[in-house]
Every structure is written in C-alpha cells, then in structure tokens.
Design a protein around this ligand. Structure first.
Ligand code: CP3
Length: 341
C-alpha cells in the first residue's frame, strides 16, 4: 500500500496531498480528554498500550495521513535525571534546572531507562494497528529547544536565562548541548529501530536568537545530530522551527528532506529562499480552525495552490492545533485537503 506522505518526500506523484496536524493527539479531542480523566499525562506517555491508543485516535477520527507518536519533547529529560512535571494550564516544569557547570558535568544519561523501553514498545504497538497507507512519525526536540527547558526550567517569553547562560558560560552551554544531543540521538535511534518511518525535530524556540547567534550556538549541534542520524538510518527527517523567516539562509544547509514552516511565511517565497531544496510542510495558522468553514476552505485552498508550485508539499498547520479547536473543523480541514484538485 502506498503511503502518500512518504511518496511526496521521495518526489513521487500522489493522488491526494498528504495532511497531518501538529499536536493532533490531545486536549481538543473528547476521546483524549476521556482517557486523561483516568490517567495523568506522564502515565499516558509511558504506558505503551495507552500511548499507542492516543496516537491512533486522530488517525481514526480525522483520517490524517500520518500518526505521530504520542509523547512529549520533555520526556528525554527523565533519562537525564531531571524531575519534570506537566502542570495544568502552565505547561512543563523542570524542577531541578541546570545552573552551573557541575550540574552539567554530573548529568549521566541512563540508557537502560524505562522511558526508552516503553518508547520502543509504543512504536511497535502503533505499527501493529496503523492502517498500511498511513505513515508513522517519530520525533524529539532539537537540541537547543530542549536545552532551553533545562536552563530556564519552564516555557518563557524571551528565555533570558538561556541567553545569559550561553553568553556568560559558553563552554558549559556547549557541554550541555553535547550531552543533550547524545540523549536525543538515542531517542531518535530507538524510534527508528522500532519502526518509525519519518523523524521530526521540533525546534520551537530556535527563533529566539539572532541569526548569527543561531549559526554559532545552535546550528553546529543540530547539523551534527542530523548527520549522525543520517549516517545510520535512511529515514527522512523533518525540521520545524517557529518563526524561521529570518533563518532560512542558514537552515537551507540542513541535511533534512522536509522543512516545516509557520504561517508567517509565504510557502512559495519560503521555497525560493530555500533554493527549492526541500519538500515543505505547513503552514495554516491554527487560529483559522476556530473560524467558520468558508474561511477554513479559503485559507486551506490558497496554501494548497501555492503547494503545487514547490518541490513537494505536506499539508499541516504552522504550529500545534489549539485546544479550543472544534473537532469537526479539524475533520473539515483534512477533507478539504484530500478533495483538492
Ligand atoms: O503532536 C502530537 O500529537 C504528539 C504529541 C506531542 C505532545 N507534545 C503532546 C502533549 C508532541 C509532538 C509535543 C511536542 C511539544 N511539547 C513541543 C514542540 C511543539 C510545539 O508545540 O512547539 C513543545 C514545545 C512541548 C512542550 C509542552 N508539552 C508544552 C508547552 C505543554 C503544555 C501546553 C500544551 O500545549 O498542552 C506540553 C504538554 C503536552 N504535550 C500535552 C500534550 C497532549 C497536554 C498535556 C495534557 O493532557 O494536559
């Protein structure tokens, strides 16, 4: 059975444009809320049967063309000995963030950890149940976005502690990025070996730095991690950064197949800036799904038309789906994409 998402990445013709939605499993789905009443978030992530069930919910309910493993970008912190909590309405909190070089030197990744075993089991359970025309996407954070949480301890508007740390303690920052990259490699490897078919790197916070600081403090680690994954596995990779507009001349050197862009960029112009090297993923504003159907159809069609002019197009939102999105609107989006052309 042909998987449209993989075919687009390979440059093959497809009958329908593939579509999936970032954060497609989650609170906007009543089926997810029902399970969440019984189990806390970490239990859902760490119990393979439950994580597989949640992963498959949007595939069944929305008919998206890919499943994305249910987990969180903060889970690898657990294998590094951090205490992570997901606080309702606040997001993730790291209770013992790094403050000194000693903290970083003392980080000892536990590769035998429960998290890695359940991750591998989850991928296998998903693949046993995933319809053959759907692809399975594995993911991790990109190194910088994970390091942001380890330094700042939580989400932040401007990550001032991260910036101070990288300017004032550059060698410690680099050591942290090396250790984080190492554990992320293991998480990516575990998913690849268990049967993930595509890997996405979420670099949500990459855009908080100036392009020249990004080039100096972020790009080398990112590039190295991607090259190491590529050396061992032939899977395609997707890179997502929020607010990547000012960074495209740097990002075009990343050895990934797919560049995922947000709605502040024009799909065609972004492709030109990237010298048409990548299949593009995106880029509907998630807020559009809160609007009425005519608006959803109009904005979606506009993006689909631009998508015909780029190297290849995987439809997605420009960032995660909002918790207040009506499920019917998400379903309508998928239908609109599938019925296009
Ligand atoms: O996409 C999916 O369906 C797969 C699962 C997934 C989750 N988080 C589940 C989740 C993925 C791919 C992520 C990635 C993630 N997590 C990112 C990168 C993407 C992005 O949105 O920028 C980031 C920055 C996080 C960190 C995080 N985790 C935040 C800020 C929050 C709280 C805010 C929020 O959106 O809920 C989480 C918690 C989280 N991760 C939930 C889910 C379903 C909600 C937990 C709950 O049920 O209460």
């Amino acid at each position: 059975m042909e998987k449209s998402l993989l075919n687009v990445i390979k440059g093959k013709e497809v009958k329908r444009i593939p579509v999936w939605i970032m954060r497609q499993a989650g609170r906007y789905l009543p089926a997810y809320q029902k399970l969440r009443k019984k189990y806390d978030f970490l239990t859902l992530c760490q119990t393979p049967e439950l994580a597989a069930e949640v992963t498959l919910q949007p595939v069944e309910i929305l008919d998206v063309d890919a499943a994305i493993l249910f987990s969180d970008i903060l889970i690898p912190c657990l294998s590094l000995g951090f205490q992570v909590q997901f606080v309702e309405g606040k997001g993730p909190v790291v209770h013992n963030p790094v403050t000194s070089v000693e903290d970083i030197r003392n980080l000892n990744p536990d590769y035998s950890s429960r998290e890695l075993e359940s991750l591998s089991q989850t991928v296998k359970f998903i693949n046993q149940q995933l319809p053959p025309e759907k692809a399975l996407i594995g993911f991790t954070a990109a190194p910088f976005s994970l390091a942001c949480y380890l330094i700042e301890g939580a989400s932040s508007k401007n990550f001032l502690q991260v910036k101070s740390f990288l300017y004032d303690h550059t060698p410690s920052y680099r050591l942290l990025m090396e250790k984080v990259s190492e554990i992320l490699f293991v998480y990516l490897k575990t998913q690849a070996e268990a049967g993930a078919e595509v890997l996405q790197l979420f670099d949500t916070w990459g855009g908080i730095l100036s392009p020249s600081d990004f080039e100096k403090y972020v790009f080398p680690f990112l590039n190295k991690l991607i090259r190491e994954v590529k050396k061992e596995y032939s899977l395609p990779l997707i890179y997502f950064m929020k607010g990547s507009g000012g960074f495209l001349s740097i990002l075009k050197h990343l050895p990934v197949e797919v560049m995922s862009i947000d709605w502040t960029l024009d799909l065609e112009r972004a492709s030109e800036s990237l010298e048409d090297r990548f299949v593009l993923q995106g880029n509907l504003d998630p807020a559009v799904l809160l609007s009425r159907r005519e608006i959803i159809r109009e904005k979606t069609t506009e993006i689909l038309q631009k998508g015909k002019k780029v190297k290849g197009h995987i439809f997605n939102l420009g960032h995660g789906i909002l918790p207040s999105t009506p499920v019917a609107h998400a379903r309508y989006l998928v239908e609109t994409v599938h019925n296009f052309g």
